[in-house]
Design a protein around this ligand. Structure first.
Ligand code: NAD
Ligand code: UGA
Length: 459
């Protein structure tokens, strides 16, 4: 089937950029992205593209080029579903916060709502594509909902997980390592492969069964997160043995079997997916009684939590075992550079721990608003909103944020931090002036020659 109209349900970090690239590369396909969140859709439609709800390098340009031509953002979900031949489900699948599987399993209520919505309004045959990250065998549930409508509409279900990383989403989409399509119907698979085929070579488009596709996505994230926990585990050992984790990473990374990517020791991984997807994998393994498998993967999360805690414990012990009443400047709040996304950012947990020790926190992040930093903290429910507000303030200028601080904690690897006037920053801080570089982005010798007490991860 040649596709002329696509609908994507969910205008988030995946739906927005993915559909923008599909629209750019397929000018003959009309792509409509729909969402229940009116505010988000309005922001996507804002004439000023610097106000799009998602910050991603290169995204604004593509939206500007395609919006109103063959890319549309709307809250008219039913209409977009019915007029499209292919529907992507790209809604959030967070960790369950209630009931069976609480804190572990993926909450599939949003995905199920989409399936029910499609079943209700579709009057012509559809290819339904799972773009959200889903537990293996979810397609079975979607199929059951779609096939029990009593209508004559035929639905084909495909799994097409997304592998983009935030901050590099557009590059990842334009030059993917691979595109994965799992399905039963060869013609449905080829309809989707043709869309990607406009810019991705066919040898990079993998066809598998639905279950392999669903499980490959969880496995890819688990392996990536495992590498970070592995190097972070070694970073702690380095700190006790005078080995340098960057040197170790370089030495092992030159072994082509190991590879050099994803070996940066850090305060711990954040982001909306690594933790959620591993917890989900652990939950699935346990539900099949595979406890050794579950324990193995759970350790990746345990180590990550340990790394975040270790960072703040180290900061407190270095500041003479108390941060009470001391100003700590946090540079960066996003979970990684080049994104405004803060979900599961290590900064939130480090800030919460330091605030419980009565520190005063000043935050500077080039892309994250004070409204967001406060909302992230309030979500943890550790103290009242008023207390959080009085203990933590955001600044729009890094020099103001760091003025009179006892210590600076680098939480995100934003490039701009490297080019600051560090002498000026030093001159405005309390002495001794400490830097805790949670991202290993500054040069130790340069910082120490200015006068800073500098420490980083794994050195
Ligand atoms: P997101 O929260 O940014 O976006 C999801 C959107 O879906 C929200 O705007 C929400 O309002 C909307 N939505 C929820 N239910 C809806 C409904 N019934 N009808 C219409 N809209 C609805 O989430 P995201 O980061 O884009 O992630 C989406 C999925 O993609 C998740 O399963 C995630 O695991 C996966 N994923 C995310 C990334 C990433 O980098 N963020 C990468 C790969 C895969
Ligand atoms: C990750 C995967 O890289 C994507 O392939 C996947 O599609 C996505 O999850 C998803 O399913 O959501 P993302 O979380 O956006 O992408 O960003 P990453 O670059 O993977 O970084 C995740 C976290 O790990 C960040 O906090 C980052 O700072 C940290 N990290 C990364 C390290 O601490 N060290 C590293 O070497 C690499």
């Amino acid at each position: 089937m040649t596709i002329t109209k696509i609908c994507c349900i969910g205008a988030g970090y995946v739906g927005g950029p993915t559909m923008a690239v599909i629209a750019k590369k397929n000018p003959n396909i009309k792509v409509t992205i729909v969402d229940i969140n009116q505010e988000r859709i309005d922001a996507w439609n804002d004439a000023d593209v610097s106000k799009l709800p998602i910050y991603e390098p290169g995204l604004a340009e593509i939206v500007e080029e395609t919006r109103g031509k063959n890319l549309f953002f709307s809250t008219e979900i039913d209409k977009a579903i019915d007029e499209s031949e292919m529907i992507f489900i790209s809604v959030n699948t967070p960790t369950k916060t209630y009931g069976k599987g609480k804190g572990m399993a993926a909450d599939l209520k949003y995905v199920e709502l989409c399936a029910r919505n499609i079943a209700e309004v579709a009057t012509t045959d559809k290819i339904v594509v799972e773009k959200s990250t889903l537990p293996v065998r979810t397609a079975q549930a979607i199929k059951s909902i779609l096939h029990n409508t009593g209508s004559n509409v035929n639905f084909e279900i495909l799994s097409n997980p997304e592998f983009l990383a935030e901050g590099t989403a557009i590059q990842d989409l334009l030059n993917p390592d691979r595109v994965l399509i799992g399905g039963e119907s060869e013609s449905a698979i080829e309809s989707l492969a043709n869309i990607y085929g406009s810019w991705v070579s066919q040898d990079r488009i993998l066809r598998t069964n639905v279950w392999s596709s669903e499980l490959s996505k969880l496995t890819a994230n688990a392996f990536l997160a495992q590498r970070i926990s592995s190097i972070n585990a070694i970073s702690e050992l380095c700190e006790h043995t005078e080995a340098d984790v960057s040197e170790v990473a370089r030495a092992i990374g030159m072994d082509s079997r190991i590879g050099s990517k994803f070996l940066n020791a850090s305060i711990g991984f954040g982001g909306s997916c690594f933790q959620k997807d591993i917890l989900n994998l652990v939950y699935i393994a346990r539900s099949y009684g595979l406890n050794a498998v579950a324990d193995y993967w759970e350790q990746v999360i345990i180590l990550n939590d340990h790394q975040k805690r270790r960072f703040s414990d180290n900061l407190i012990s270095t500041l003479y075992n108390t941060v009470s009443g001391k100003k700590i400047a946090m540079l960066g709040w996003a979970f990684k550079k080049d994104t405004n996304d803060t979900r599961e950012s290590a900064a939130i947990y480090v800030a919460d721990h330091l605030l419980s020790e009565q520190a005063q926190i000043a935050v500077y992040d080039p892309k994250v608003s004070e409204k967001k930093t406060q909302a992230d903290l309030n979500y943890l429910n550790t103290r009242s909103e008023e207390e959080n507000k009085s203990l933590m303030t955001s600044f729009e200028d890094p020099y103001e944020a760091t003025k009179d601080a006892h210590a600076i904690a680098i939480m995100t690897e934003w490039d701009e931090f490297k080019s600051y006037d560090w002498k000026k920053i030093y001159s405005q801080m309390k002495k001794p002036a400490f830097i805790f570089d949670g991202r290993n982005i500054l040069n130790k010798d340069a910082m120490e020659s200015i006068g800073f007490e500098y420490s980083s991860i794994g050195k």
